[in-house]
Design a protein. Structure first.
Length: 453
């Protein structure tokens, strides 16, 4: 059996003018921490704070330091009076087995204790700060709005936060040490698209949108961001996966798309009704607006315009002549010569069409396209006499499509003139009356891509 080592028993000889009671109290505590035991104290003033402290803590207290010599197992007397004669007397009169530390040596020891105490306090403060910072980080980790998952280089799940557990209906305690591909298997698992595999190969940050299955088999839409996760030594530990649930956002997006689709269908239904109303008044030009719309739409797509912009041109084409509803039917269907007054009525139809449409909140500039579709690049068009780039691109496309279709179709006052005549008209007047790029695309559609109305 190991023999217990007894404390090193100490007595203090002091006086209030050098060794203050508070210093003795602190010193006794320091000595105890280092394996010393304060068993006695001698102070000439029995009313001193040091004397009272000793009595209150059941430490032998004397006014004569020689009385300390009789204490059982006393190992060391520490002289703190600061008086050499006291130190010398103790040295001469103490029993041989008792050691003496005079006030000079005690001062050095005190400084050592002070330094050690400061170091210990700094260490404790650092440990407290570290614990506090760790607690704060852990709180931030667990209360983050996104799901967080730490995965090491061997695909082991190290930790997940509360949000991740709730998001995927997982028990936090049951996933530790399990493989990520066993907990939440995905299409990228065990492939070169795996986030961890890609980061191990050198990528720093990966972000993608995907669907993930939860533990009950249901799916959520989410955005996953994977980043490198390093230890304090700078070595790569694994990855941090940040998962943002965007299911509600996706639902809202789908509803918005559906609403927009419904609205677009409603617009198109309204526009088709308007188109039929115009064509019912002028049977000779029945289908003209639909054919112009078809050609203008094809030109827009071939030019690389967005689907949204092309759709606006298609819609405008279906009602570009809506203003003709104000022109008497007998003028529209008149087979013979048309007077200047009648021409003026017909040429007023873009303005009338604009006035009809301007109050409707279309998602495209349909009213302006209708107003400008008879403008010409050289300013000779109507009703505003606009020049070149002042004309909307959509209206320039509509103008070429309208002229081309009109020449190839039958009119009350003449038979259809054919595609060759239409090609000749837009080719000879390219840049002068018609936008050059639009003309080139229109020619390409008929000459290379066999476009048909």
């Amino acid at each position: 059996m190991t023999e217990l080592i007894r404390p090193f028993k100490v007595a203090i000889v002091g006086s209030d003018h050098w060794c203050k009671a508070i210093a003795e109290i602190i010193l006794s505590e320091k000595l105890t921490r280092h394996g010393f035991e304060l068993i006695g104290l001698a102070c000439a003033d029995a009313g001193s704070e040091a004397y009272r402290y000793a009595r209150e803590n059941r430490i032998y207290a004397f006014t004569d330091y020689r009385d300390l010599y009789g204490l059982k197992d006393l190992d060391l007397i520490i002289e703190l009076t600061g008086q050499d004669e006291v130190a010398n007397d103790i040295s001469k009169t103490k029993p041989a087995h008792i050691r003496l530390m005079d006030h000079v040596a005690a001062s050095v020891l005190w400084e050592v204790f002070q330094i050690e105490e400061q170091t210990l306090a700094e260490q404790q403060a650092a440990e407290k700060a570290t614990k506090s910072a760790f607690a704060e980080l852990n709180q931030i980790f667990n209360t983050a709005a996104d799901g967080m998952c730490l995965i090491d280089k061997d695909f082991n799940v190290l930790k997940i936060n509360d949000t991740f557990a709730q998001m995927f209906l997982i028990n936090k305690q049951k996933i530790k040490g399990k493989k990520c591909y066993d907990i939440l298997p995905g299409l990228a698992c065990n492939t070169n698209r795996c986030c961890l595999s890609r980061i191990l190969k050198g990528e720093k940050r990966i972000e993608f949108e995907t669907k993930k299955k939860r533990s009950d088999g249901s799916e959520i839409h989410c955005i996953v961001t994977a980043s490198s996760f390093f230890g304090a030594d700078g070595e790569l530990i694994g990855i941090v996966e940040d998962t943002k649930d965007i299911s509600l956002l996706k639902d809202a997006e789908n509803k918005l798309k559906k609403s927009f689709q419904d609205l677009q269908e409603a617009f198109e239904g309204t526009i088709l009704a308007m188109s039929q109303a115009v064509e019912s008044k002028d049977p000779y030009t029945a289908g003209h607006q639909r054919r112009v719309s078809s050609l203008a739409y094809a030109i827009a797509l071939e030019m690389g315009l967005s689907t949204h912009q092309a759709d606006g041109i298609r819609m405008a084409g279906l009602i570009h002549d809506i203003g003709k509803i104000s022109v008497p039917a007998e003028i529209l269907t008149k087979p013979g010569h048309i007077t200047k007054k009648e021409i003026a009525l017909i040429e007023d139809h873009p303005q009338v069409g604009y006035d009809i449409l301007k109050g409707i909140a279309f998602p495209w500039p349909i009213a302006q396209i209708v107003l400008q579709h008879h403008e010409k690049m050289d300013g000779s068009g109507y009703p505003q006499g606009l020049l070149g780039k002042d004309i909307l691109l959509e209206a320039r496309i509509m103008g070429v499509a309208d002229v081309f279709e009109s020449i190839t179709s039958h009119r009350p006052y003449r038979p259809a003139m054919g595609i060759d005549a239409a090609i000749k008209e837009i080719t000879e007047n390219k840049n002068l009356l018609y936008d050059a790029q639009v003309v080139d695309i229109c020619l390409k559609l008929f000459q290379e891509k066999q476009f048909e109305f």
